[in-house]
Design a binder for this molecule. Structure first.
Ligand code: FE2
Length: 221
C-alpha cells in the first residue's frame, strides 16, 4: 500500500519538505553572508535570509489553510545541497573563488526551491486551493528573483575576478618555475666551473704529497 494516497496528500508532503528546507536555509545563510568577500553578494545573502524567514512563515500558513500541521520531517535534498555547499566553502581560501563557489551552491539551492514551489503552486491551483496557491506563488517569485540576482552578481564581477585570480596564479607559477630553471642552470654552471678550478689543484696537491712520502722513505733506509 502506497504511503501517499492522493495529490492532496502529496501536496502536504511537499509543503512539509519546504518547511524543513527553509528552516535549514535560515541556519546556513548567516554563515554564507559572513564568508562572502564581495559586498553585493553579502548583501544578497542577508536580504535572502530575511525573505527566507518569510518563506517559512508562508509555508506554515499554507499548511494551516489546508487544515494540516508541520510534520517535522527533514528535507534530505536540502541537507545534501547545504552539506555540499559547506564543502565548497571550506575548500577555498577566500576571495573571488570562494564567492563564485558559494554562488554555485546557492543557485543549486534556489533551483531546488523553484522546482518545488512551482509544482506545489500548480497542485494547489488544481485542487481549488487558490489562497494556498497565491501564498506559494509569492515565494516562487522571490526565489526566481533571488536566483536572477545571483546570476547578475556572478556575471557582473565575481566570475571575472575569480578567472583573473587563476590567471595571476598561473603566471606566478610559470615565472617561479622559469626562475627555478634559470637558478638550476646558474648553479650547474658555477659548480662546474668551480670543480674545474678545484680538481687540477687537488691533483697537484696529491702529486706533491706522494713526492714527499717518497723522499721520507728514502731517508729511512
Ligand atoms: Fe526560500
Amino acid at each position: 500500500m502506497a504511503s501517499v494516497a492522493s495529490l492532496r496528500e502529496h501536496l502536504v508532503e511537499e509543503l512539509n519538505d519546504l518547511v524543513s528546507a527553509e528552516q535549514q536555509l535560515i541556519e546556513a545563510l548567516p554563515q554564507m553572508a559572513e564568508r562572502a568577500a564581495d559586498r553585493q553578494l553579502r548583501a544578497a545573502f542577508k536580504s535572502h535570509l530575511a525573505e527566507t524567514r518569510q518563506h517559512e512563515k508562508r509555508v506554515m500558513q499554507a499548511l494551516k489553510q489546508l487544515g494540516e500541521k508541520a510534520s517535522g520531517k527533514t528535507c534530505e535534498a536540502m541537507k545534501g545541497l547545504l552539506e555540499e555547499g559547506q564543502e565548497l566553502m571550506d575548500g577555498a581560501d577566500g576571495g573571488a573563488l570562494r564567492d563564485a563557489m558559494m554562488i554555485t551552491a546557492a543557485q543549486k539551492v534556489e533551483h531546488y526551491e523553484i522546482a518545488t514551489y512551482g509544482t506545489v503552486r500548480t497542485y494547489a491551483n488544481l485542487l481549488g486551493e487558490k489562497g494556498v496557491a497565491r501564498l506559494l506563488d509569492q515565494t516562487l517569485k522571490q526565489e526566481k528573483a533571488a536566483d536572477k540576482k545571483l546570476t547578475t552578481i556572478a556575471e557582473g564581477a565575481i566570475n571575472k575576478r575569480a578567472a583573473k585570480e587563476w590567471q595571476e596564479q598561473t603566471t606566478a607559477a610559470e615565472a617561479a618555475s622559469g626562475m627555478l630553471e634559470k637558478g638550476a642552470n646558474w648553479i650547474g654552471a658555477t659548480v662546474g666551473g668551480a670543480m674545474k678550478a678545484v680538481l687540477p689543484s687537488q691533483a697537484a696537491d696529491k702529486k706533491r704529497k706522494a713526492g714527499a712520502r717518497g723522499r721520507s722513505t728514502t731517508r729511512a733506509r
